[in-house]
Ligand binder design. Structure first.
Ligand code: IMP
Length: 192
């Protein structure tokens, strides 16, 4: 089975290919000649994941999956959510995004938050979605140097480290993306 992973992140693709083994051959956007920006203008993670996967299926004719992730902070009514990447502006600066979150949460006691990933898989034009989430809290300052995005201020429930203080293997075991991918992989193995 050939499947397009609608991402430009080579690292994400290689990691998943290793998990899937040779049952499924993952193709990148580059492999199928897709060089354009894929639209993602829905107000929800579900809508965006779906939009990206169907864009590839409809335009290029490949079975496909796409993911979308957001950080949902309780005291901010689920913000930044679907706007996580460019919360502080179009330059998509992780540093600026973190500063904006910390500023908005100044003096706020409820630090509860979660990361949520939605994967949309489209096979033969039929869609199936998989969700993964991890609960945690937003710290008052940054800790740790690994990872990316909001990792330095997110501490998952039951752990004393932030995501930025964990190595990638440990983070993936409990992360939103890791959990969503686990469900996708189980499903792909069940239909092969
Ligand atoms: P994407 O949908 O995977 O591109 O994620 C959207 C945005 O959410 C990223 O640009 C990051 O700001 C944030 N994000 C997604 N996953 C993570 C994570 O594992 N740690 C920290 N931030 C993340």
């Amino acid at each position: 089975m050939e499947l397009v992973f609608a991402t430009n992140n080579k690292h994400k693709l290689e990691e998943l290919q290793a998990i899937l083994g040779n049952r499924v051959k993952l193709l990148s956007l580059k492999d199928i000649g897709c060089e354009e920006e894929i639209p993602e203008d829905h107000p929800t993670l579900e809508g965006n994941a779906s939009q990206k996967a169907f864009f590839i299926f409809n335009k290029f004719g490949y079975d496909c999956f796409a993911d979308d992730t957001g950080l949902e902070i309780e005291a901010l009514n689920g913000e930044p959510g679907v706007y996580s990447a460019h919360y502080a502006g179009e330059e998509k600066s992780a540093e600026a995004n973190i500063d904006k979150v910390l500023k908005k949460l100044t003096k706020i006691k409820n630090r509860g938050a979660r990361f949520r990933t939605v994967i949309s898989l489209v096979v033969d034009g039929l869609e199936k979605q998989f969700e993964g989430e991890v609960e945690g809290k937003i710290l008052t300052e940054k800790r740790g140097a690994s990872g990316f995005g909001y990792d330095p201020i997110f501490q998952p429930k039951g752990f004393s480290q932030t995501f930025a203080e964990m190595n990638l293997t440990d983070k993936n075991k409990i992360s939103h993306r890791g959990r969503a991918v686990e469900k996708l992989v189980l499903y792909l193995k069940s239909i092969e």
